[in-house]
Write a protein that binds this ligand. Structure first.
Ligand SMILES: [Zn+2]
Length: 162
């Protein structure tokens, strides 16, 4: 029996299945939960897995991640919303040699060697960490913070010393 959060990738592809999972960030592992830039562990991420075969008859799994995540702006350290909308197609292989050949053959594809089952949670974690901006920032931090108060401006202190 498969774990509820695992899929058999080969059956999934052969039957062109689609499945959707939802997890709060708190249920993902420490790399995600303690990532620092993700500030709300209650945020929910939705992942849609679709199996199929491409024009070359090569099995693939498409994973679409969507979420609105609260992240910490790396400039002003206030919270910002980041809309995640990320789809990755991964070609799956049963043996490493075939996977390596495909990796060399096609420039822009993800390849993965898989066994009889894959963990949905680990897949989501890996894709999420790749999709997140390294240093998320507001377009304009001033729009979300209060205007500077002169009393806390270091230059106004200098002016008083003079
Ligand atoms: Zn900011």
């Amino acid at each position: 029996m498969l774990n509820a959060n695992c899929i058999d990738p080969w059956a999934f592809v052969a039957e062109k299945q689609t499945a959707v999972w939802q997890f709060s960030l708190a249920r993902l592992d420490a790399r995600v939960a303690d990532g620092g830039v993700l500030s709300n562990p209650q945020n929910v991420i939705q992942a849609a897995f679709t199996g199929g075969k491409n024009a070359q008859n090569q099995p693939f799994i498409d994973v679409h991640l969507s979420a609105v995540l609260q992240m910490t702006c790396q400039r002003c350290l206030k919270t910002m919303d980041f809309t995640l909308n990320n789809t990755v197609r991964t070609l799956i292989f049963a043996d490493e040699n075939a996977a390596n050949r495909a990796d060399e053959l096609y420039d822009d594809v993800d390849v993965l060697v898989v066994g009889k089952e894959i963990s949905v949670v680990e897949w989501i974690e890996d894709q999420l960490l790749t999709a997140l901006p390294y240093a998320p920032m507001h377009d304009n931090c001033q729009m979300v913070s209060l205007p500077d108060d002169n009393s806390t401006n270091p230059f106004s202190v200098l002016k008083n010393i003079k």
